[in-house]
Design a binder for this molecule. Structure first.
Ligand code: GLA
Length: 367
């Protein structure tokens, strides 16, 4: 009996956080021309109710994983675009534009990619030739008018202060003996990218003052050298501690450099956001928690602040992308603690709009 009462109460608390599915407007309808509004997807979420939600709410998509190098490059070195093409076809059928993610990233470099058949490290020239071949194949493969931006380089900066502003342990940094791979990647992408496709540097924690400084140092240096970089992707894996001032400051700094800003991987963890070394050990809460009314309220308020700031800066931002569609398929259910449920998005695990959804809507519709 006690258990039934508990379940009923829990259900009531949870239901009070989610709204009805059918009566809501599409995000893209009220966000209108501020910026493109996107979502990261897997091929499996293109069907059924999730497919309908994507069509209703979004006019931009990113492949969560299947367009990354390690997903496309087979162990024998050939390329397999089968999974990526499922997303491309869905985008084309439904008039949705796409962001390409990503061309050079330490986190998606196939095992053994920097070595020859005997396991000996390739020279920098060999790595350049091998990956130029890949970048060319990518741009040759995808439809020219579909992908409006590519994350050319992902996460090249260091998390902590140190001798270098760069992530020196990246296989790319090591193969090139320095950060020149960044410049090389942008120049190579420029060679093959279709006219008008924006070339983006993408990274996390860019609202952190020290990392923002590192990013601006790198970007200024590259722009001075004429490196063809069009914009910055602020991943925006945030928590409730990120302030509107921090977001504003980062947007101002990047656009002062003449760069477009894209919010590329927005989600709001209910736990502490930290991505750098020792991320899991730093987590104070290690178990799943209930998504209480308090959590839902705090998250809605934070989403409201974020979208108020983004809306105000719509002239400097060309797209905002959520990293996953619903709380059920968020990567944060496994990061940084495997199996710890998180509730970072606008839709709950049953695909219902959360209080956070209505808070975003209010930014646009409340006078
Ligand atoms: C980073 C990458 C993304 C994705 C997320 C976690 O932010 O840029 O591609 O892997 O981590 O899902």
């Amino acid at each position: 009996m006690k258990r039934i009462l508990f379940l009923a109460l829990t259900a009531a608390v949870l239901c009070s956080c989610g709204g009805k599915k059918d009566e809501i407007p599409g995000l893209k309808d009220f966000i209108k021309n501020d910026f493109k509004i996107g979502v990261a997807v897997m091929p499996s979420s293109l069907v059924g109710e999730e497919g309908e939600m994507i069509k209703k709410h979004f006019n931009s998509m990113t492949a969560e994983n299947v367009m990354k190098p390690a997903n496309v490059i087979r162990p024998d070195g050939s390329y397999d675009f089968t999974e990526a093409d499922k997303i491309i076809a869905f985008a084309q059928e439904n008039g949705i534009k796409m962001r390409g993610h990503t061309l050079v990233w330490h986190g998606s470099t196939p095992r053994g990619y920097m070595n020859d058949a005997e396991g000996k490290p390739l020279t920098k020239e060999q790595v350049m030739a091998k990956h130029e071949n890949y970048i060319k194949a990518v741009f040759d493969h995808y439809p020219k008018d579909l992908i409006y931006a590519w994350d050319v380089v992902n996460e090249a900066l260091a998390d902590e202060p140190g001798e270098s502003i760069y992530r020196t342990r990246s296989p790319w940094y090591q193969a090139f003996g320095g950060p020149e791979f960044i410049e090389w990647a942008f120049k190579t992408a420029k060679k093959y990218a279709p006219e008008g496709c924006e070339l983006i540097y993408n990274d996390y924690n860019l609202v952190d003052p020290a990392k923002l400084e590192r990013a601006c140092t790198m970007l200024k240096d590259m722009l001075a050298k004429g490196v063809p970089i069009d914009g910055v992707g602020m991943q925006a894996h945030w928590d409730n501690s990120v302030s509107q001032e921090q977001i504003q400051n980062a947007i101002d700094r990047f656009s002062a450099l003449g760069l477009d800003v894209q919010i590329t991987e927005l989600d709001l963890t209910c736990f502490d956001n930290y991505h750098g070394p020792g991320a899991a050990e730093r987590q104070k809460i290690r178990q799943s928690v209930q998504y209480t009314t308090e959590l839902a309220d705090a998250q809605a308020e934070q989403y409201s602040k974020i979208f108020t700031t983004l809306h105000k800066n719509a002239d400097k931002i060309s797209s905002v992308t959520f990293w996953c569609l619903t709380d059920r398929n968020s990567w944060l259910n496994n990061f940084t603690i495997r199996g710890r449920l998180d509730y970072p998005l606008l839709f709950d695990a049953q695909n219902r709009p959360k209080k956070a959804f209505f808070a975003v809507k209010d930014v646009y519709t409340k006078k």
